[in-house]
Design a protein around this ligand. Structure first.
Ligand code: SPV
Ligand code: MN
Length: 627
């Protein structure tokens, strides 16, 4: 490339050139110039933080057909291609420099070959398109947590989503001058056919950890394209590991205890396992629903939401189970719906919305009518199971007042949850931080969902629900988590929750709203207000505390029979889980810290001793009598 500045001057209008040049950052200029040279856009738009520029992006998405205006002002719908409906794990790879090793669990490609391949797909990919150059900030503005980012994309849908999901970054870039420490994302949807990416076989998401740079091409689905979301999480995990903080796949919630007390919880759940709905629990306040950073401040662990919006799964959002989101989705605020069913009245419809669905309309398969099948003869549902909505948290009436606090919020508890039909009780506190990280976080398993491509319902290991996004060896990641609280006097308590326990007939043992009770019990525990009953793996609630919480918050009678059925400790299932997970660490994770195996051995001993004493299935009342 010849001089970056000259190229920018030549290709950009004066207005856009001035916008770029008034950010005094040569590394960023070089990145933009290289992207222009590579992708050959017909024009370049440099987006500042102004309302006018954001409106330009919004309107462009409609003009180019990537978004369709819906009946309510501010609402639009975007469709991804039929085979581009979820994160593509197989084609998401780390660009691995010669001589480095991320361990067998992480998907990688030799760097030189990978860069060549992805750049060949990006070559001339923006001919005839406008390149959008956008600046955002991960985490609150002007904070120790902030990471400035630049997103280059030819998709106004991607840029529009980011203006909703992230804090603006143009002014941040100005403040932080010529520092080379920022994340870079380049995305092209590639050739389009009916407004969707055509060359799905050439879909790639390649991540360069040395350069803090991610390439994404021939895809539109948000999880593959919205740079600041899961692509940035991968970069952040690597950065955090070097700098001694944590980047997690977690919501952050203000749980409201007695007398106006607010205790903040962060929680990790694999995609489509109740993370967003936990962050939205009635009567509580939301900081974030997907990605959190953690740093230590004044002897406490503090956390921020990396985002300011939600890219949530719309399936089963209805006025009864998710009233706050439902209200936002049916009211006049800015929302991008994706992969839902649009009817003649330009209304969005989705599975589980609590109303009868139309029998025809337009969805991710084009013109749709009930019974339509795809090329493989599978019935196409009205909306895709991974259909989503994208909205601003400030538009929700349950936003927490500390959402944008540059210091974040102090964390009182960490929660790990997954889709588990037969093993873990609904809520349990770990005995201490290390056991929490190892037995709750590092043992997390979940049955797969529609959020990634592939078969659903398969029990899979998902370390802290962050496995899809890890960019460092698994053992190191666990060690970082263990070490993080070492110098903290009273670290947050760690809990597991399980909303998906089933009885022998396959019926769920809990209602959707019960999760509120588990979180409020955790809130009481975090403040020392109630005692727990010891199990081999931690502490579970006493019946009378749950009975009171159910009465007070759900106006429900929680019976002893419910309690026994749900909180019976399952020794064989817990042992089997331990065996499954231990096998993975033994066989696949060569850098597993020894303390993980030692803790497994210790917990296995406790499980066996409890089984010998009480039998395989132990009623919580029997456990409480022993204590
Ligand atoms: C998830 O799948 O965990 C999401 C949506 O939050 S995605 O952007 O696809 O990652
Ligand atoms: Mn997520």
């Amino acid at each position: 490339m010849h001089n970056a500045n000259e190229l920018l001057k030549e290709k950009l209008t004066t207005k856009n050139y001035d916008r770029l040049i008034s950010l005094d950052n040569p590394k960023m200029h070089k990145f933009v110039a290289d992207a222009i040279e590579l992708t050959s856009p017909s024009s370049v738009f440099v987006c500042t933080d102004s309302d006018e520029d954001r409106a330009y992006i919004r309107e462009l998405a409609v003009k180019n057909g990537e978004e369709i205006p819906l009946d309510i002002p501010g609402h639009t719908c975007h469709f991804d291609g039929y085979h581009d409906q979820a994160r593509d794990k197989a084609k998401t790879k780390y660009l691995l420099p010669t001589g480095s090793d991320l361990g067998a669990s992480l998907n990688s490609i030799e760097k030189k070959a990978g860069v060549e391949e992805v750049r060949s797909f990006l070559k001339n990919s923006m001919i005839g398109q406008e390149m959008l150059v956008c600046f955002f900030c991960l985490g609150p503005i002007d904070s120790d947590f902030s990471i400035p980012c630049i997103q280059i994309t030819d998709s106004p849908y991607v840029a529009h989503s980011e203006t909703i999901l992230y804090r603006p970054g143009y002014e941040q870039f100005k403040k932080f001058g010529s520092s080379p420490e920022f994340f870079r994302f380049i995305h092209s949807e590639g050739e389009l056919e009916n407004a969707v990416s055509k060359n799905i076989d050439k879909r790639r998401v390649y991540i360069d950890l040395e350069e803090n740079l991610v390439y994404s091409v021939n895809t539109q689905y948000g999880g593959n394209t919205i740079g600041l979301k899961k692509l940035a999480l991968r970069l952040a995990i690597n950065k955090a590991s070097k700098e001694g903080w944590l980047a997690e796949h977690m919501f952050v919630l203000g749980a409201h205890g007695p007398d106006g007390r607010v205790t903040y919880f962060a929680g990790a759940f694999p995609s489509a396992c109740g993370k967003t709905s936990t962050s939205m629990l009635p009567g509580q306040t939301i900081i974030g629903d997907d990605i959190a950073y953690f740093r230590k401040k004044d002897g406490q662990i503090h956390s921020v939401n990396v985002e300011k919006g939600i890219f949530g799964i719309i399936r089963d959002v209805n006025s009864k189970d998710d009233p706050i989101i439902y209200e936002a989705l049916t009211g006049p605020c800015e929302v991008i719906f994706s992969n839902v069913l649009i009817d003649d009245a330009k209304k969005p419809n989705w599975l589980g919305m609590g109303a009868e669905l139309p029998t025809e309309g337009t969805n991710h398969s084009g013109k749709w009518n009930k019974g339509k099948t795809d090329a493989n003869g599978n019935e196409i549902t009205a909306s895709h199971k991974n259909a989503r909505y994208c909205l601003n948290i400030p538009d929700l009436n349950n936003r927490d007042p500390l959402l944008d606090d540059p210091d974040g919020v102090p964390v009182g508890g960490i929660i790990y949850g997954g889709r588990d039909s037969d093993t873990l009780v609904p809520v349990e506190q770990a005995f201490n931080w290390a056991e929490g990280i190892i037995i709750k976080g590092a043992c997390l398993e979940s049955e797969t969902t529609a959020a990634t491509l592939g078969k659903e319902g398969v029990r899979t290991f998902n370390l802290m629900s962050n496995l899809d996004f890890l960019s460092i060896p698994l053992g190191r990641y666990i060690q970082n988590n263990l070490d993080f609280a070492k110098d903290i006097e009273n670290p947050p308590l760690i809990f597991s929750v399980n909303y998906f326990l089933k009885d022998k007939d396959g019926e769920y043992l809990n209602g959707m709203s019960d999760k509120l009770i588990w979180i409020l019990w955790a809130e009481l525990r975090a403040n020392g207000d109630v005692d727990g009953i010891e199990t081999p793996t931690g502490l579970i609630p006493k019946y009378e505390d749950l009975e009171k919480l159910f009465k007070e918050h759900l106006d429900a009678q929680y019976t002893k029979a419910d309690y026994i059925q749900q909180f019976t400790f399952r020794i064989p299932e817990n042992l089997a889980k331990l065996d499954r997970v231990e096998k993975i660490y033994k066989e696949k994770v060569s850098d597993t810290p020894q303390i993980v195996f030692d803790t497994f051995a210790e917990v296995r001993k406790r499980l066996k001793a409890a089984g010998d004493k009480h039998g395989d299935y132990i009623s919580p009342f029997d456990l409480s009598r022993t204590n």
